[in-house]
Design a protein around this ligand. Structure first.
Ligand SMILES: [Zn+2]
Ligand SMILES: [Zn+2]
Length: 265
């Protein structure tokens, strides 16, 4: 079978293991079914902006043309740095977009992908965000009415906990399994600023996530369509938004959003 279309983030469903669907053109490909099989992606240099669809030579950010990278609200600074969000003040690149997307319930969470980290996401993105990061365990730390407040809490915690995922360790499935995530949550409560302490989450549900994989690599080599027009091999697993091929070769599909590819299975 051959499919073609612009790459975008795989859709995920929290199941045991996570189910991944890649949409290419009109087709929906259930990626779990391809694990253990030979697959091949072909890319011949066409990229389309994920906002306007225009043909571009290179992407800025994840799948934006330069103009949309500079102007589109989905690439505002408050995406990466929630503490800068001005949506709750009726401001931002596009105040209406802010109202719909950032002046909405947000969750500050703790997750273990490799080590323990803190993160922020919109309430509706739980558990999608956790899966996209390849988290093994996650728990809500605080539930707040908007992105700005979530950012305030995250910033206050940054001296005590990382906000980064070490993607290589994550792919090697090196998990900090000595950590008690509930205990860590209780520790972090002390660092929530007083004026936001009322938003500490009483929801102690630990979401455990398992990923479809025959095995995880012991060393990883990252592949790029910018260097290789063909990427493929035996698909050994999927974690986060990474496809894991034989010999520890991995590709972060999300990074190539907008790349027009052909998938042969
Ligand atoms: Zn564009
Ligand atoms: Zn914002």
């Amino acid at each position: 079978m051959t499919y073609q279309g612009n790459l975008k983030k795989m859709k995920v469903v929290l199941n045991n293991p996570v189910e991944y669907t890649l949409e290419l053109g009109e087709d929906k490909i259930h990626m779990n079914d391809l694990i253990g099989k030979e697959i091949l992606f072909k890319y011949d240099g066409v990229i389309n902006c994920k906002i306007c669809g225009r043909k571009i030579k290179k992407t800025f950010g994840e799948g934006f043309c330069y103009e949309h990278f500079i102007n589109h609200p989905a690439n505002s600074e408050c995406i990466i740095r929630p503490e800068l969000c001005e949506g709750h003040l009726g401001k931002g690149r596009d105040p209406e977009w802010e109202l719909e997307n950032h002046v909405q319930p947000h969750v500050v969470y703790l997750a273990i992908a490799s080590g323990l980290k803190v993160g922020v996401t919109r309430g509706t993105q739980v558990p999608t965000r956790w899966i996209d990061q390849g988290a093994w365990k996650a728990i809500r730390l605080a539930e707040v009415p908007n992105r700005f407040m979530a950012g305030q809490i995250e910033v206050a915690l940054k001296d005590h906990i990382s906000d980064k995922t070490h993607w290589q360790k994550m792919l090697k499935n090196e998990l900090a399994d000595h950590l008690d995530i509930i205990e860590e949550k209780q520790k972090m409560q002390a660092f929530i600023p007083d004026e936001l302490s009322q938003y500490y989450s009483s929801n102690d549900e630990i979401v455990e996530i398992s990923y479809p994989a025959l095995q995880f690599p012991t060393k990883v080599k990252s592949l790029s369509f910018d260097k290789l027009p063909e990427v493929g091999g035996k698909l050994e697993g999927i974690k986060g938004q990474y496809l894991i091929f034989d010999e520890g070769r991995v590709i972060n599909l999300r990074k190539f959003t907008g790349y027009f590819v052909e998938l042969v299975v």
